[in-house]
Design a protein around this ligand. Structure first.
Ligand code: ADP
Ligand code: ADP
Length: 228
């Protein structure tokens, strides 16, 4: 599903964010990416959906050779990857349903199909009754649910999340994590950078620890392993 071979990232300012990453993530896995601030977690995550291009190395995501992808093929690749951010990144002038629908409109899905699928994913994330609310009328947890619905709407093979619970209180974080777990149970691969020690330690999923731009630990049923 996801493979990286000797991947390096040196930013234009000379910062070496990743220093030779080799990793293989299989279909259906749930992977936590942990490590101190500045370790390279975000860069690792951003490489997977071509937000960042590697300086060196090869990246495959769901059959796409990501670093060699032509600009015009990027949307096709991103359709198969759902991305969830810490700050939700919803469009404030659109309702919850419209935010989710937007992801299908850009791929020119038929109107009737969009309506049906938006309702279906909004129900899956537990917001079947909030379709017409605007983001500022929703709680942080509800906004993140909308973002998860948007990430899911095009049936992606993988969902990539960068600190999705970073702006949420502990109880809401748990709700969101249960939601990711449910999505994973339905077969979607999940890769998530997180600082949430309690959740990582409780879920006992695969844990990849990154420090100084290198993978320093990769455990099948791992623990968080840091004090913060
Ligand atoms: P630009 O070409 O617009 O100056 P940069 O590549 O410098 O863009 O930055 C792109 C994004 O990364 C920006 O959001 C910026 O705030 C962030 N960024 C820049 N430098 C760093 C850094 N050292 N650590 C973390 N984020 C950074
Ligand atoms: P983490 O997510 O683990 O905090 P990042 O991948 O954001 O780590 O950052 C890894 C390193 O790369 C840090 O030293 C950070 O300052 C730097 N960095 C991140 N983004 C940029 C950028 N756009 N331009 C320059 N340096 C960056």
């Amino acid at each position: 599903m996801i493979e990286m071979h000797d991947v390096w990232k040196i930013y234009p300012n000379g910062v070496s964010a990743l220093n030779g990453i080799n990793v293989k993530i299989d279909r259906g896995e749930f992977v936590y990416v942990v490590g101190p601030s500045g370790a390279g977690k975000s860069t690792f995550i951003k490489l997977m959906y071509r937000e960042v291009k590697p300086t060196k190395g090869t990246i495959f995501v769901n059959g796409f050779n990501v670093e060699r992808l032509k600009e015009r093929k990027i949307p096709l690749m991103r359709r198969q990857i759902g991305v969830v951010f810490q700050d939700f990144k919803l469009l404030p002038q659109l309702t919850a349903a419209e935010n989710v629908a937007f992801a299908m409109e850009v791929i020119e899905a038929p109107r009737r199909k969009i309506k049906q699928r938006v309702k279906e994913v909004m129900e899956l994330v537990g917001l079947g009754d909030k379709l017409n609310q605007f983001p500022n009328q929703l709680s942080g947890g509800e906004q993140q649910r909308v973002a998860v619905a948007r990430a899911l709407v095009n049936h992606p093979a993988v969902i990539i999340a960068d600190e999705p619970t970073g702006n949420l209180d502990p109880e809401t974080s748990w709700d969101i994590m249960q939601l990711f777990s449910k999505i994973n149970d339905q077969g979607t691969t999940i890769v998530m950078a997180t600082h949430n020690k309690e959740i990582v330690n409780t879920m006992k999923r695969r844990v990849i620890a990154v420090e100084g731009g290198k993978i320093v630990r990769d455990e099948r049923q791992g623990a968080y392993g840091y004090e913060d």
